[in-house]
Design a protein around this ligand. Sequence first.
Ligand SMILES: [Zn+2]
Length: 179
Amino acid sequence: MSFRRESDFIPGEEQRYRPDDGCPLFSERLEEHLVAFTRGELPNRGSFCGHCYTPLAADSERCPHCDEDVATRAPVNRVPDEIVEVLRRQRSTESRWVNGFAYLGLLIAVVGGIALVLVIPFFKDNLIWATAAYGLILLVGGRGLAGFLGGYYGDRIGYERARRATMAAWDQWLVARDG
Ligand SMILES: [Zn+2]
């Protein structure tokens, strides 16, 4: 069974890496709903696909995300706590990796900047310029490296790790739910 992603239908828009790996958690609409719910902006009530828990419109006959027929599997009126918890874990794993790599980038700028200023003879004799150069390296390099390492490597690795845990949780959930 293949699950189409909503992002497939938005050409040109920058999207995070989402593999089509057979696990229907999480559709963008479900993710938006759960984020709003965990922030207390929305109640965990409504009509959700009985399979993948994507929010459904009142007249939906099929889930727009996993294509489940509502006649085969009735919609549910709340997202199970276990699924909310899976998303919470996924996002916390992702943000740990993004932040970890961002700090690594900052650390490289801090240490690399000191090293650079120390090895260039001109800076040894010109403390003002050395300070200015170091400040610039921290400001530009620190920000750039943190953004690049966190936003690229941290995001990618974090997503892969979190995704694996989500897929394992989904498999367990299916066994518990459907036997
Ligand atoms: Zn669905």
